[in-house]
Design a protein around this ligand. Sequence first.
Ligand code: NBP
Length: 506
Amino acid sequence: MTAKNADIGLIGLAVMGQNLVLNMADHGYNVAVYNRSTDKMKEFVEYCKNTEPSHERVIGHADLATFVLSIKRPRKIVLLVKAGTATDLTINALLPFLEKGDIIIDGGNALWTDTIRREKELRAKDIEFIGSGVSGGETGARFGPSLMPSGTRQAWVSLEPIWTAIAAKVDPVSGQPLEGGEPGKPVVGGFSCAEYIGPDGSGHYVKMVHNGIEYIDMQLICEAYWLMKHLLGMKSDEIGKVFEEWNKGELSSFLIEITADILQQKDPMSKEFLVDMILDTAGQKGTGQWTAANALELGAPANAIAAAVYARALSSVKEERVAASKILKGPKVTAIPESERKATIEAIKNALYCSKICAYAQGFQLIDKAQVAYNWKLNFGEISQIWRGGCIIRARFLQKITDAYALNSRLKNLMLDPYFTEEMNKGQEGWRKVIALAVTNGIPAQGFAAALAYYDGYRSADLPANLLQGQRDYFGAHTYERKDKPRGEFFHLDWPEPGRPQIAIE
Ligand code: NBP
């Protein structure tokens, strides 16, 4: 590679950056690399020389000027630095060296409103800015992530060949991820899990909702495990085998697959099952919280996604929970008789599948609210398509979502698609039974319960919000609409003072 012919540049050589560079190099692209600490860049280039078949395509630069000048125009420069201030600092450092039409691609987990701001600021300087969600962690970045880019169409056209080449691939008919991928031998062919999402911050927004769905997907799996453990007294490896079975059917997914493995893993130190030795406090990096907070802001009913964030928060107060467990009483768990064991496991599976459908319905309902609020026009079928491979929530079930939006691109709610309606109808008896069992036995299952409350609320033609609106009009003259008048006509009653007799009606 000569000094001026890199196809693309990348800044930020931590886990994600290094792996994405190698992925691009394996696909035949010359990649210029730069990192704030030069030592890390040198170490990486050295590592590539010793171990990576595509090492000749990775060229390190110790200063930004030569890095930028080495890239073909219009320059494409990917940022994989810590999201937030580091992104702004890096963009500002780059700007003096960029020219009209050059493209910065932020692959970090940026807050979508930051992406909207950055895109606007850079557009005013004639620099293109693509915010691209990158999902799949380290392995995804190396062998095929799910990519959710947004910005101008013109910038996307320039990036598209590289992004579609390096993304995960799925079988176009079955929707199943194409396995394989080893250093120097990338997966080629199949449907690429990179698709243009829309303008400015929409890619990062969709990635954020993806993470919100990931939170609840994981929480629901944990609740299924916990119910099998406490209601049925099953050992970790037995539960792992159940997940292995479930992975052969409609629940088949990356998360179910790894759950089966985790539950059967022994701890090298204690020789117990490792999961029983892991402290029950969950961490979070914030994207689930952003999703729930934005759902609240936009008034989208994403209660199951929020429940997953709250469940992590509750898990984090371990010491308080230990103290409370000695004070606050609950019911004694009644063991399920042997004769009902199989049916209970089946009911837990129903609860998991129905709740999962609700979680995705909430995620898409939220994206729908956002596209109105931010003036985007998003394609839900394409979004579900690019989640089929590479990312953490990849699942067989996503093909059903793709099919649902192919059947009706204006579907109001996923649960209204004939396939999903039928699945909810089939599974709800077991789902309700499991929640009743959890409640009567005092076993927390907030994800399942929140999802069912959403389902029951959504399918209710009438809700008690009539009384709520009456209360609002009583204390705050907030007015109400009437059932016997057209929507949009508002009424107010001059209510009596609290405690005074009702207004007499002749
Ligand atoms: P980190 O998020 O840990 O960021 C480390 C990188 O940021 C290093 O290259 C570091 O340079 C650079 N950096 C920092 Br910190 N401050 C900087 C500054 N002021 N100026 C320039 N560079 C700076 O790396 P990561 O885990 O590889 O993630 C990269 C991005 O991808 C993040 O936005 C993350 O949210 C996102 N993401 C991560 C995953 C994942 O699974 N890890 C998945 C999807 C997306 P240094 O070497 O000089 O300190």
